[in-house]
Design a protein around this ligand. Structure first.
Ligand code: SF4
Length: 372
């Protein structure tokens, strides 16, 4: 495909390699998808305003580390590229001015000292912010082993930062990424950051249980301001030590997203959601499974239910739970008001009582759900 912007051949090669490289980057949220037919490195991210095209690139794919799942580890023989700071700034500006991207997602491999590479990545952002007065979205990946001071500097200039744990336990991380350390270089960063961060786990390769991951999410969210966790189902890469390892399950990835949301936003504990083997149920979403195995918790009396009790009712999430509480505070609990507030009475009604009476008399549903 012919380039849409004026980019020289060597820069084009870099953009193609480092933009494509970021699609392997296990730091990448799965909500980002490649813009079909566009320049390499341009991906969509989802925001409240809709789909936003981002330039998503690695600063370099040269790496001294030996993560066994990674296409750019020192163990793999691939062509290596590195941007110059000014070159990446100009490339981004060129794409931005032509309306092809609206933000930047910058990650990197680690050629030697993490601070050296991180300093250059922060340099890119500073030039965009200060010299070019770019106020748009910039996501910076904080590299493992970065000093706390530099991580905080990155957090000040970026819109969002992320620190990838990759695995929920030190022993699991050591097995898949021998030169990374949770205690030695990743958790100190998490502790140093003064604003929220996102993280990511590779799943299906280290023998980790869903319970391990959800517990880590719970602790990070409560104590360190984790905004969101992403999960990357392991994909074997040719030429790596794990090339013959089976891929991670996409369904497991989905269930982890659902479980993570329930722990972070609904107040479920990880232990409540997993089976005796420590894994989320398969074949159904974790909230539905919890409801069907805890029918004795229902129906819930709307006149007395707490916020967290409402969150466990099928069809009710944080927004609707707050609306129900607001209706109750105004003395407006009625079927009409509930429906107007967005409550799906067919779905949620069988699990609710109003002044001691079933909110919806639906004998078929009651019998089917075992609530009669
Ligand atoms: S640090 Fe590990 S995951 Fe990141 S690029 Fe290097 S080998 Fe790959």
């Amino acid at each position: 495909m012919a380039p849409l912007v004026s980019i020289g051949p060597s820069l084009w090669d870099k953009l193609e390699a480092l933009g494509m490289a970021s699609s392997y980057d296990v730091c990448a949220p799965p909500s980002m998808e490649r813009l079909k037919g566009s320049l390499p490195g341009i991906y969509y991210a989802w925001s409240s305003g809709g789909r936003v095209p981002l330039l998503k690139v690695l600063f370099t794919n040269r790496c001294a580390r030996d993560c066994k799942y990674c296409a750019f580890s020192a163990l793999v023989d691939v062509p290596r590229y590195t941007f110059e700071v000014e070159e990446l700034v100009e490339t981004f500006l060129s794409l931005y001015r032509q309306g092809l991207v609206r933000g930047l997602f910058l990650s990197s491999a680690i050629p030697q000292c993490p601070d050296d590479t991180m300093e250059k990545m922060v340099g890119v952002v500073q030039r965009l912010r200060v010299r070019e007065r770019f106020r748009g979205y910039i996501h910076l990946k904080i590299l493992p082993g970065t000093s706390s001071e530099l991580a905080m500097k990155a957090a000040r200039v970026a819109t969002r930062v992320s620190v990838n744990l990759e695995a929920p336990r030190e022993s699991i991380l050591r097995a898949i990424a021998p030169s990374k350390s949770l205690k030695g270089e990743i958790l100190p960063l998490v502790g140093a950051l003064k604003k929220g961060f996102t993280t990511q786990f590779v799943v299906g390769v280290g023998g980790e249980k869903d319970l391990h991951i959800l517990r880590a999410v719970e602790v990070l969210n409560r104590s360190y301001g984790l905004k969101r966790a992403y999960f990357q189902a392991f994909k074997p890469v040719a030429g790596t030590p794990l090339e013959n390892h089976p891929p991670g399950s996409r369904e497991r990835q989905l269930r982890l997203y659902q479980g993570e949301f329930l722990v972070r936003c609904y107040g479920f504990t990880p232990q409540e959601l997993v089976d005796p083997q420590g894994n989320l149920p398969r074949g159904t979403d974790p909230k539905s499974h919890w409801v069907l195995t805890h029918l004795h918790h229902f129906p819930v009396e709307l006149e007395k239910a707490t916020y967290h009790q409402l969150l466990r009712v099928p069809g009710i999430g944080p927004r609707l739970a707050r609306r129900v509480l607001a209706l109750r505070a105004r003395g407006e609990l009625s079927l009409l008001h509930l429906e107007k507030a967005g409550i799906n009475l067919r779905k949620s009604g069988p699990f609710l009582l109003m002044k001691g009476r079933k909110v919806v008399k639906d004998p078929y549903n009651q019998r089917r759900l075992g609530l009669e």
